[in-house]
Ligand binder design. Structure first.
Ligand SMILES: Nc1ncnc2c1ncn2[C@@H]1O[C@H](COP(=O)(O)OP(=O)(O)OP(=O)(O)O)[C@@H](O)[C@H]1O
Ligand SMILES: [Mg+2]
Length: 357
């Protein structure tokens, strides 16, 4: 799969720009703030129906403008056009080959993508939400029901929490509605839990494989899927803990509490890993995501590599380039230093397109 053309109108810092990509490896260089990351984000947006970096589509619209439009021509090898229009009133239209989607989640997985960015350190340092997002991004590209189930689950969870908040002052305690929410949550959580458990296992295996390839580390890093559902089904947990939920006025059990635990020598990676180990692990984790997608899908995922050579020592940089060079997928790489990228690729004999912003 290749992106051949990209058109951006009022998308972040791009007022109206068109790019043509004619190589498998596209190197994008430019000074800080020149729009390198935004360009990758536009490609990500068209694959995943939203920005990787900002929660709200509104932040993708150029400052002081109303609405934006982005479009890409993909070669899969058929020519396919993906377009997103955010109208001035905020209405979002997302289409494939001129046909608009009624549900955005239906698009996910058609054009698989993996993005690696400096922000990925959050996967180690931040709370569980970031790690759930990571595994959700992986599974939703492989399983068309996953994202829809997750969205339904989150919607019912919100309604259940709202009911629990109203509980103390409501005269009529609505146990029937609570029963319905609990039944629905139980049903929706089961396949999400199974998928996360299965892919966490694959991630552990592949991450370590890549971690050892790109660094000289010998020890394995443990990745454990942590879920309350490992011991009991959510339906059981909700029945057993109803009183607790009512007292605390929120839902204490469910897949919204899941986490991925990263440990080295039985201690949290966050506390014991060196900077270098962290960096190699994060590359391992992200390239594991890429390899799992590649093995399970017909199309090979796009790789969007933002600033990956920043702070990477020469030896690891070389190993990473060698890994990238072995892939048949299209790769977009950004860097502030053109010379550094030139130097990194000079011995690989690859066809590279250079874009200087
Ligand atoms: N909605 C928006 N409207 C206008 N400009 C925006 C918007 N969102 C971001 N920008 C600006 O776009 C510019 C380019 O940002 P981007 O993150 O792509 O730069 P970059 O080339 O990746 O820089 P760096 O090398 O520092 O990572 C920044 O100046 C940023 O403030
Ligand atoms: Mg950037």
């Amino acid at each position: 799969m290749r992106v051949r053309e990209l058109f951006l109108y009022q998308f972040k810092n791009y007022a109206g720009n068109e790019f043509l990509f004619d190589q498998q490896i596209v190197c994008i260089t430019g000074r800080n703030g020149s729009g390198k990351t935004n360009l990758l984000d536009a490609i990500y947006f068209l694959c995943f129906t939203k920005s990787y970096f900002v929660h709200s589509d509104a932040y993708c619209v150029m400052n002081e403008k109303a609405g934006m439009r982005i479009r890409a021509l993909f070669e899969t090898p058929q020519q396919q056009t993906v377009q997103c229009i955010l109208r001035e009133n905020g209405k979002k239209e997302f289409g494939l080959n001129g046909v608009l989607y009624t549900q955005l989640s239906k698009h996910i997985g058609h054009f698989p993508v993996v993005i690696i960015t400096p922000d990925d350190t959050q996967l180690i340092t931040e709370g569980s939400e970031v790690r759930r997002k990571f595994i959700d991004i992986l599974i939703s590209q492989l399983d068309e029901h996953y994202m829809r189930n997750l969205m339904k689950y989150n919607k019912i969870l919100l309604q259940r929490n709202a009911l629990l908040k109203r509980w103390p002052e409501s005269v009529h305690k609505d146990f029937t509605v609570l029963d319905i929410y609990d039944q629905q949550l139980g049903e929706l959580a089961a396949p999400i839990f199974m998928a996360r458990k299965q892919y966490a296992e694959q991630l552990k295996f592949k991450t370590n494989q890549i971690y050892h390839t790109i660094s000289d580390e010998k020890e394995d890093i443990e990745i454990a899927y942590h879920s309350q559902l490992l011991q009991h089904s959510l339906s059981e947990l909700l029945i057993q803990n109803r009183h607790k939920d009512i007292m605390s006025q929120r839902s204490n059990y469910g897949i919204h509490k899941d986490d991925l635990l990263f440990t080295l020598h039985n201690m949290p990676l966050k506390t014991v890993a060196s900077q270098g180990q962290r960096k190699s692990f994060l590359f391992g984790l992200k390239f594991a995501q890429y390899e799992i997608l590649k093995e399970n899908l017909v199309l090979s995922p796009l790789l969007l590599l933002d600033d990956i050579f920043e702070k990477l020592d020469e030896k690891r940089g070389r190993k990473l380039i060698a890994y990238i060079a072995r892939q048949s997928t299209q790769v977009f790489i950004t860097d502030t230093h053109k010379e550094r990228l030139h130097k990194a690729f000079e011995h690989e004999g690859l066809n590279i397109q250079w874009i200087d912003l």
